[in-house]
Design a binder for this molecule. Structure first.
Ligand code: ZN
Length: 271
């Protein structure tokens, strides 16, 4: 009897949480905020394919979007190479990165990157994590990643570095728990991009097209910056004011590359 009394509150808690989630099969799983607009899920699928197409992600990397009906939920694919993602692979998570309806699916180990950034940045609705290859050297060098042309003006806000040793000591460099996710979000602060030493980077934006645009042009800028440095002369970077002006102008036109990228990526046969 004593055992029953002791256990009862937690059982009631589980029961009430489960009852908040009609249709949710997992006891204690967070409640769903309901289905998203299929057009948003289509954009998320397109974002996965575009980022693969543009060389930002390969077999690894992921992109998420916040749930428009509940800021405490987000959508992210099950653990899968981005190029293979379809609407059926998209899962809903709470901001602690617990799945609403796991159904035995394997989850990205580093999903905490997304949940913890959504907690820290209420204005952010889309997050990309990648090992974008041209960007990686800037995470291990003391040469800062800086915008050298108008397409990457958003980098003029500065690109912080996440040093995982400061948060977790010796690790396998993966953001595999909420504490490391929080530390990464702190390093990112209010910026659009953060480098992750020895690993990759994270890019954030208010919409899926904006975050995809930023992730693509972070990679392109890194490539061009190395080329400019290799020319051997001095490099003239954008002034912060030029970066701000260019970013504001281009933000109004990203529908153009987005429509092109989306059409190409969705028309392509999956490998
Ligand atoms: Zn990673």
């Amino acid at each position: 009897m004593a055992y029953f009394l002791y256990r009862a509150p937690s059982l009631l808690l589980y029961a009430s949480r489960a009852s908040m989630a009609p249709g949710s099969p997992a006891l204690g799983a967070p409640a769903s905020a309901g289905p998203a607009d299929p057009a948003l899920i289509e954009d998320l699928v397109a974002a996965n394919r575009i980022l693969a197409d543009q060389g930002v992600v390969d077999g690894y990397g992921h992109v998420s979007v916040r749930h428009p009906k509940n800021p405490e939920r987000y959508f992210l694919s099950r653990s899968l190479a981005p190029e293979l993602v379809t609407a059926a692979d998209i899962m809903e998570y709470d901001l602690d990165s617990n799945p609403v309806d796991r159904r035995g699916r394997t989850m990205y180990l580093e999903r905490f990157i997304h949940g913890e950034i959504y907690k820290a940045r209420p204005e952010i609705n889309a997050v990309v994590h990648s090992h974008s290859p041209a960007v990686v050297p800037f995470g291990v060098s003391n040469v800062p990643l800086r915008p050298l042309y108008h397409m990457s003006g958003f980098l003029s806000e500065g690109v912080p570095l996440f040093e995982i040793r400061d948060a977790g000591g010796m690790t396998d460099l993966l953001v595999r728990n909420p504490e490391l996710g929080r530390a990464l979000a702190q390093s990112l602060a209010d910026k659009p991009v953060a480098l992750m030493r020895g690993h990759g980077n994270v890019v954030v934006g208010s919409t899926i097209p904006l975050v995809v645009y930023r992730a693509v042009y972070t990679e392109v800028n890194a490539r061009l910056q190395v080329q400019a440095i290799m020319l051997g002369g001095s490099v003239t970077y954008l002034e912060p004011e030029e970066g701000r002006l260019a970013a504001a102008n281009i933000a109004a036109t990203i529908g153009r590359p987005w429509e092109l990228w989306k059409r190409k990526a969705l028309a392509k046969e999956k490998p």
